[in-house]
Design a protein. Structure first.
Lengths: 399, 126
């Protein structure tokens, strides 16, 4: 029988600029919130295992062994703790590995914490650090960065399907509408289509970053942390928790070529598609069952492409759904009700955990007024590592 | 006449890799041939040939990047993905200022020292 594993505690810092703080402190803050939410702050040593997700604290903060540091700040010794790194998909990988640890029977209760402080260094340096996940000789050495690949991907998509820069701006407007209502979002402000696409000064306000992507097509550089408490719902320790668990119904992950140029069709994100298919199969669901989704829109074009790869829209048609408002909170299929990476921000090691926190908030009915999805049953997240070379999809259910 | 000033000066090149067992070509270097699973020994190169990856190529997609990482003291750089006539693809810089998807380009390799550390070889497609 498949293990029934649920989420019983969530924590989240306000994303933004936390560069004055120690990474382990920021992570421990989110972890403390999750322990309080789970009602086990005093009994925190009942946690059998801590999994910490972080992409590059050594490069961003000149700091290593953050799992040990964070556990000590929480006064949780001797609970075991390890670090999990999978680029910008580190967070969802940590959730997946916690799931596997519980399913194996080795662990009944796991604390998963994802965090990153990216703003201790300049934006130029941060762009370079993130680019180190590319192929060292065939990509990074050329001067390529993640926005470079976002731009080249967007051009292919736009040329093939007729999507326009205005369509990308519509995704940003929708994400900012949602993020403006999210207490944890980095950018808590709206933007209008007039300001970033239609108006005379739009080209100045919304200048190019990596053509055809503009500044409102890309996520900000963000600090922050998020945390979850997971439990085997059939173990004796499940009685420790008062809140009804949100069940993890499906988890899937997959890899793709490290070099983007080696993909047979550079417009296909095979790892996203396969991760999604695995998650659906495990959950016994189809794309039509999904009530809302948190998708990795580090670039707005990725929100469109990922939504198609996981079957929420026909290939090349998602931007038409955005035009019709189908992906807004009140639309047929809300996407990124949190504001997504575009508005909520993208602390690379935290993002995958943050996405699952949002799934739980929505499924519990605890999202802020104005951005609560109506009566959701299943939420899905996709956390995208590299330029799609290591992807994790998670489906959560309100039983 | 020998030009001693050219002693030890090497023309920068980027290599493609050919598996001698099945003839499949690769870039960048794999550890195992994707077609026949022959192992490549990166020290001896036994059972593998290398060849300079160069010549005419077709531009598949491109971007002009304005937010370059630290070390690049230019306003912007153009990048693209190309396909060589032998079917191999590569990412690199563009040496044309008005690129069009599908245009024919020719590759050359230059040494780049923008970033800290040893200089690296980069493709310029123009």
């Amino acid at each position: 029988m498949t293990a029934r594993i649920g989420i019983v505690g969530i924590g989240h810092t306000r994303f933004g600029n936390s560069s004055e703080y120690d990474l382990a402190d920021v992570m421990a803050y989110a972890a403390t919130d999750a322990l309080i939410d789970a009602g086990i702050l005093e009994q925190r040593r009942e946690v059998d295992q801590v999994f910490v997700a972080n992409m590059a604290s050594g490069l961003f903060c000149h700091q290593s062994s953050v799992a040990s540091s964070m556990v000590s700040k929480l006064d949780m010794e001797p609970v075991p703790a390890e670090l999990i790194e999978n680029g910008p998909a580190s967070g969802a990988s940590a959730v997946k590995i916690a799931y596997m640890a519980i399913a194996s029977g080795m662990v009944d209760v796991a604390l998963v914490v994802g965090g990153e402080i990216m703003r201790k260094i300049s934006g130029w340096e941060a762009t370079d650090v993130v680019a180190t996940m590319l192929h060292p000789e065939a990509e990074y050495a050329m001067g390529l960065t993640l926005p470079s690949f976002g731009g080249m991907f967007a051009r292919l998509y736009m040329d093939k399907y007729g999507c326009t820069e205005r369509d990308l701006a519509l995704v940003a407007v929708k994400d900012h509408d949602n993020g403006a209502l999210n207490q944890y979002a980095h950018v808590q402000g709206t933007c209008t289509i007039e300001a970033i696409a239609d108006g005379e000064t739009a080209g100045v306000v919304n200048n190019y970053i990596a053509e055809p992507l503009r500044i409102y097509s890309t996520c900000p550089v963000t600090d922050g942390a998020a945390a979850l408490v997971l439990v085997n719902m059939d173990s004796p320790k499940a009685k420790l928790f008062k809140k009804k668990p949100v069940r993890i119904a499906g988890v899937g992950s997959a890899t793709d070529t490290h070099c983007v140029h080696n993909r047979k069709d550079p417009l296909r994100l095979d790892a996203v598609r396969i991760a999604g298919e695995k998650a659906y199969r495990m959950a016994g669901l189809t794309p039509g069952d999904i009530s809302f989704a948190e998708l990795h829109d580090a670039f707005t074009i990725l929100e469109l492409a990922i939504s198609e790869e996981i079957g929420l829209f026909e290939r090349g048609k998602s931007y038409l759904a955005v035009r019709k408002g189908e992906t807004t909170i009140k639309g047929r299929l809300p996407i990124n009700p949190s504001g997504g990476l575009k508005s909520k921000g993208h602390p690379v090691g935290a993002t995958g955990v943050s996405q699952v926190v949002e799934l739980v908030r929505q499924l519990r009915g605890e999202a802020e007024e104005g951005r609560q999805v109506r009566d959701p049953k299943y939420g899905m997240s996709v956390n995208f590592g590299g330029f799609g070379n290591n992807v994790v999809a998670i489906i959560c259910a309100k039983d | 006449m020998i030009d001693f000033s050219m002693y030890d000066v090497k023309t920068p090149e980027i290599l493609g890799y050919k598996c001698q067992t099945c003839g499949a070509i690769h870039y960048p270097a794999p550890m195992i041939c994707g077609k026949c699973s022959t192992r490549r020994d990166p020290v001896t190169g036994r059972k593998w040939e290398t060849f300079p990856l160069e010549g005419p190529a077709t531009l598949l997609t491109w971007t002009r990047v304005w937010n370059l990482p630290e070390g690049y003291n230019v306003k912007y750089l153009l990048f693209g993905i190309v396909e060589f006539e032998n079917g191999l693809r590569a990412s690199g810089r563009l040496g044309v200022d008005d690129p069009k998807t599908g245009m024919k380009l020719t590759s050359r390799v230059e040494e780049s020292d923008e970033r800290p550390g040893k200089p690296v070889n980069v493709f310029i497609f123009s």
